[in-house]
Design a protein around this ligand. Structure first.
Ligand code: PDD
Length: 302
């Protein structure tokens, strides 16, 4: 089935879909995006992703390109056309097309692009081994809470990770604390079994998977600490993992070439992964994004 993309009001063959050369996303990275996971043909935590999209747009004073209801219908239509069952929906909204000039254009209308990608679940082998991360200085700007398409530091750090045979790079701030991965949030489990992840402020993207997992962890009685942790603490941790819409919960078994804990995916990590996968499947079965865990909505990303 030929894949289609949605571009400013039209469904086009994916390979022929294009945006204007003076789209401000292309020229200035003046745009935001969302990646929404799809399981059993259903969007996972769509509401939280759309809340975050609206928040990112608000922060940049870009209008929603269409009503939220229209956005929901359009994304479903694209998924239907593409027969998407497992993978993700990508949406990107730029400030629009205008002659190149840094200040906001008076006339431009927000431009919306959506694509879908069918993927395979991560292999059992990968999950049973866990992944390696390296660490790099966090050289990003001070508004990492906005899901901007301006991802050059993330791209460079991810490539460095790949070049060094690792899966992800964890970024370290000026004080020696881990901020997050290039496209994932970072977590550790301490020796006394406390789950730690950085609290959400301007230094990190408040991951939707992060929010859902915090609620899940709380609901199963895990001791939680939302605070920054140092690289040294991560190296001393019993377990470590990363979360995102494309990884769900992925065990981290090495940091900068040193084993985390016993070098195998941790027990709590795998329990949280299983719980998250059941949660996502539950949402898919229920046919909408109604949270199976009540606290999830209460912790919304705003
Ligand atoms: N990345 N931190 C950063 C910098 C991210 O880019 C992402 C998501 C996350 C995790 O957020 P969520 O749980 O909502 O996916 C954290 C997406 C998947 C990407 O850029 O492809």
């Amino acid at each position: 089935m030929p894949r289609e993309a949605y571009v400013n009001g039209r469904y086009l063959p994916h390979r022929a879909a294009q945006v204007h050369i003076e789209d401000r996303g292309y020229q200035f990275a003046d745009a935001v995006y969302e990646v929404v996971p799809v399981v059993h043909g259903a969007l996972v935590d769509e509401d939280m992703h759309l809340d975050r999209l609206e928040r990112s747009l608000d922060e940049l004073r870009i209008a929603m390109p269409m009503s939220r209801q229209a956005l929901e219908m359009t994304s479903r239509e694209l998924m239907r056309r593409n027969g998407l069952t497992y993978g993700f929906l990508y949406m990107q909204v730029s400030r629009g097309v205008a002659p190149r000039d840094h200040k906001f254009p008076k006339q431009a209308r927000p431009a919306l692009v959506m694509t879908t990608r069918q993927t395979k679940p991560h292999s059992e082998e990968m999950l049973s081994k866990g992944v390696a991360v390296i660490t790099v200085p966090d050289i990003r700007w001070k508004r990492c809470d906005i899901k901007s398409i301006s991802l050059l530091p993330n791209v460079l750090a991810k490539q460095q990770a790949v070049d060094e045979g690792a899966y992800e790079a964890w970024m370290i701030d000026a004080e020696g604390f881990v901020t997050e991965g290039t496209s994932t949030n970072a977590w550790i489990v301490t020796k006394d079994n406390r789950l730690v992840t950085r609290s959400a402020n301007n230094a990190i993207l408040n991951g939707v998977t992060r929010l859902a997992l915090l609620a899940i962890a709380e609901s199963i009685g895990v001791e939680l600490e939302e605070r920054a942790f140092t690289l040294e603490e991560a190296l001393e941790a019993r377990e470590a993992f990363l979360t995102s819409s494309t990884n769900f919960v992925m065990p981290v078994t090495a940091i900068d070439g040193r084993s985390v804990g016993n070098g195998h995916p941790g027990l709590l990590t795998m329990k949280l992964r299983d719980s998250y996968v059941s949660y996502a499947m539950g949402l898919a079965r229920s046919g909408d994004s109604a949270p199976a865990v009540p606290e999830v909505e209460a912790r919304a990303c705003r």
